[in-house]
Design a protein around this ligand. Structure first.
Ligand code: XIL
Length: 363
């Protein structure tokens, strides 16, 4: 009898120990290294975009305060959120986001003041050549003044260059170009500078990281665009590289990007990696395979780009896979959720987290 009981309890403890070991192998010991601290030791800010939903979840906010020194609201400072009717502004969500960041002494990027999309419906029906100037200035003045002195950098202009649209100076077709011509760019930057002289003013764009001919053409257009603005003394201080990346068949050499960043540096502009994530929709279903491929892109991209001293901040576009915009924008054909971010849907660090940690450490 005694032997039997001893055996059972031995079995129980060894099974228990095995289970604990297995869980430990999956879940790295807490506390995790804080990316914000590693970044700070390299004169960098590290952070992420935050959705309104995430701000309501204590487990998410704990992760954000543990890991981030800079945040950006994913949607709540865009026109659609802040300016729902021609004569009405709504800052309820933006204020909540600011309060959270300030309570935890986290820097804030404002995103964004002028974009061809995510605008309220009324804008398209209301704006014309006569009132566009007033509407654009008034919006920028109102939003920027509200948070003046409290914003690290504003994405004043988002995605304004697109050579494929074949407009003069490669500007993208949009409501502001249609009504104001290219002057709208200058109007936007000057209005932002006037409303908050302390904020660093950013031009933010996507698809300018890879070595393809199309992205090279866009880089060249953006360089000319920024050069023209600097020559006209337009207050633009930084370039945002969105960095929505895809796994490539071959690891990229980033030749075009490196050359581009040298030119950007000559213009005296800072560089922020503003929306980093890796679209895994073309990868096989297997989680380990996907995670390794995604992490490899993080590692390869960051190790290269962080050599440029003009890079001052790294932000991912979302922090946990549960909330990635890619699940709506580029859903996987097999219906599985994407895994593009440093934490998975259970808030466990993914290999991308460790790729970030390592790349930031070796800068
Ligand atoms: C996206 C948000 O993540 C989505 O929730 C929203 O529906 C559309 O906008 N480039 C940008 C971001 O500059 O503002 C976009 O964010 C992603 C692409």
């Amino acid at each position: 009898m005694t032997v039997f009981f001893q055996r059972r309890s031995f079995l129980r403890t060894s099974l228990g120990a095995l289970a604990v070991a297995a869980v430990r192998a999956r879940i790295p010991a807490r506390p995790l290294p804080a990316l914000k601290e590693i970044a700070a030791s390299k004169q960098l800010l590290f952070g992420t975009a935050v959705s309104f939903a995430e701000l309501q979840r204590p487990e998410c906010t704990a992760l954000l305060t543990e890991q981030c020194s800079i945040l950006v609201s994913e949607n709540d400072m865009k026109w659609r959120a802040t300016h729902p009717a021609p004569d009405r502004f709504d800052f309820s969500r933006a204020d909540r986001f600011m309060a959270f960041a300030e309570e935890h002494r986290i820097a804030v990027r404002g995103h964004n003041l002028c974009w061809y999309q995510h605008n309220p419906e009324w804008l398209d029906f209301t704006v014309n050549a006569q009132n566009a100037d007033t509407i654009l200035r008034e919006h920028i003045r109102t939003v920027v003044r509200r948070y003046a002195g409290r914003i690290h950098s504003w994405d004043v202009l988002n995605e304004a260059v697109l050579p494929a649209h074949q407009n003069p100076h490669d500007l993208r077709q949009c409501i502001w170009l249609n009504t104001l011509g290219e002057d709208y760019v200058e109007i936007a930057f000057r209005a932002a500078a006037e409303a908050d002289p302390k904020a660093l003013l950013t031009y933010n764009d996507y698809d300018i990281e890879e070595d393809t001919a199309e992205q090279q053409e866009k880089r060249e257009a953006i360089l000319k665009f920024l050069d023209r603005l600097r020559k006209r003394d337009v207050p633009v201080h930084a370039l945002g590289l969105q960095s929505h990346l895809k796994p490539q068949p071959q690891p990229s050499q980033w030749k075009g990007l490196n050359q581009f960043l040298k030119e950007i540096e000559k213009l005296g502009l800072q560089v922020y990696i503003t929306e980093l994530d890796v679209d895994d929709s073309t990868l096989p279903a297997s989680l380990p395979q996907r995670d390794m491929a995604v992490a490899a892109v993080y590692a390869n991209y960051l190790r290269n780009i962080l050599q440029h001293q003009s890079v001052k901040a790294v932000l991912t576009w979302g922090f946990t896979d549960r909330d990635s915009w890619l699940n709506h924008f580029r859903p996987r054909a097999d219906g599985l959720p994407q895994r593009p971010l440093p934490f998975d849907e259970n808030l466990q660090p993914t290999p991308a987290f460790f790729a970030l940690r390592d790349a930031l450490s070796v800068r």
